[in-house]
Design a protein around this ligand. Structure first.
Ligand SMILES: *Cc1c(COP(=O)(O)O)cnc(C)c1O
Length: 428
């Protein structure tokens, strides 16, 4: 058992100072029982905690670090940028350089606006969709997460279409009154909602491959129906590719699936580990954004030069490496290995995967949406999580979060992971 006394002391201290001891709830280990590790530093595919324990990292800061930690080219670009000044509140060429790379890479984006987080980007995209259409209703899907935007923090309805009920205290009912939450991946529920309210629907937002209920890949039929209905009713289709952008392919899920939205939301990888979000899409829609158009959206640190430098260096390295076939291959090895182990050991489980994103669900039921995801045995997941942690493998601390491989998760490291997973699965 690794010693974790320094992490424990650090958590005791932070808990006195910061609510729950963390600055984002996903980092607390509540869902798996226990206390979070405090990280001292990182290197390539590894994290090192305060006590000096090393972990092979399957989170990568929850998605951004597809190149691994402290990539030398990203570090050099950031160092150079910060020497020139951290922020100017005036335009810089770096903003166009990153915008250029996004527009060239993400097939449906013609113009793009930079912000400072994925939350800010989804919030802004919804505002623009509403401003562009002059309509109020927004459709989202159960189990999809779009940041902590008031109108998108809506609890899943069961099988039925439900009017939005806020997920959190502090969100007035009015904020979610125009939010429709539908079951993910269900073409019939979608068709019913459009039949009833199609002409009121400003936009539909979804994760085109979902990572925030664990990894779930929707059917082609669902995505086709979504594109057909939004087009037919003049609603803006918004792909939230904060997680999938530059992850499943350089051009994100839309490139992989060959299905184009009207707007796309980006974050995570596009900032290379720095606080960046972006939203973009068809030029006629994006030209509604102030000061080109009337829809207000602004940010003191938007397009921050240091963050832009990290994003540019990350995207350039991804272009140079073109790692997506290799990442898919590594993900496939891990998926096949985990499936074989669970079968051999008689552990009821499914392994969902798309490219380098994956989730081992402890359930015999195929996981195709939020309801089926919730059939997973979270207590068993918690035991598995700690058994892997004790062996030096850092997995997401919730059954309902996707794990990620980076370009540094070699076949050898996948093999080591599977050796540990065999022991961990035996123990749970
Ligand atoms: C992480 C995430 C967000 C929120 O991004 P933040 O930078 O945490 O605000 C939004 N949508 C999806 C799909 C995400 O994975």
């Amino acid at each position: 058992m690794p010693v974790r006394v320094r992490s424990q002391a650090a958590f005791e201290r932070s808990s006195q100072l910061i609510p729950g001891g963390v600055n984002s709830p996903a980092r607390a280990f509540g869902a798996v029982g226990g206390q979070p590790l405090f990280i001292a530093r990182s290197e390539g595919p590894y994290l090192f905690d305060l006590d000096g324990n090393r972990y092979l990292d399957y989170i990568g800061s929850w998605g951004p670090l597809i190149l691994g930690h402290a990539h030398p080219r990203v570090v050099a670009a950031v160092e150079q940028a910060v020497r020139q000044g951290a922020s100017f509140g005036a335009p810089t060429e770096r903003e166009s350089e990153l915008a250029d790379r996004i527009i060239a890479g993400v097939p449906s984006i013609e113009m793009v606006r930079m912000v400072s987080s994925g939350t800010e980007a989804t919030m802004s995209a919804v505002r623009v969709a509403r401003g562009y259409t002059g309509r109020d209703v927004v459709v989202k899907f159960a189990g999809c997460y779009h940041g902590h935007v008031d109108c998108l923090l809506v609890q899943a309805g069961s099988a039925a279409t439900t009017l939005g009920v806020p997920n959190s205290p502090g969100i007035p009912k009015g904020c979610t009154a125009d939010t429709l939450s539908l079951p993910y991946g269900d073409p019939q529920a979608l068709a019913d909602a459009f039949a009833r309210r199609g002409d009121e629907i400003a936009g539909v937002i979804l994760e085109p491959v979902a990572g925030n209920m664990g990894l779930v890949v929707p059917s082609a039929e669902f995505l086709c129906e979504l594109r057909r209905l939004t087009h037919h009713h003049g609603s803006v289709l918004i792909y939230d590719e904060v997680m999938t952008g530059f992850r499943l392919a350089f051009g994100g899920a839309q490139e992989l699936l060959g299905q184009m939205p009207d707007m796309t939301v980006l974050g995570k990888i596009v900032g290379g580990g720095f606080p960046v979000g972006a939203y973009g899409g068809r030029a006629d829609i994006m030209m509604k954004v102030m000061p080109a158009g009337p829809v207000f959206q602004a940010g003191t640190l938007s397009g921050n030069p240091v963050a832009m430098a990290a994003g540019i260096a990350t995207l350039d390295e991804l272009r140079r490496l073109d790692p997506y076939a290799e990442l898919d291959h590594l993900g496939g090895s891990l998926q096949a290995g985990l499936l074989a182990l669970t079968k051999e050991l008689g552990v009821p489980a499914v392994v969902n995967r798309c490219g380098s994103m994956w989730t081992l669900f402890f359930t015999p039921t195929p996981v195709t949406g939020y309801e089926s995801a919730k059939t997973a045995d979270t207590a068993r997941f918690g035991r598995f999580f700690w058994a892997m942690m004790d062996r030096g493998f850092y997995l997401p601390c919730s059954q309902f979060e996707a794990a990620f491989c980076s370009v540094l998760h070699t076949e050898e490291r996948i093999r080591e992971t599977l050796v540990a997973a065999r022991e961990a699965l035996k123990a749970v």
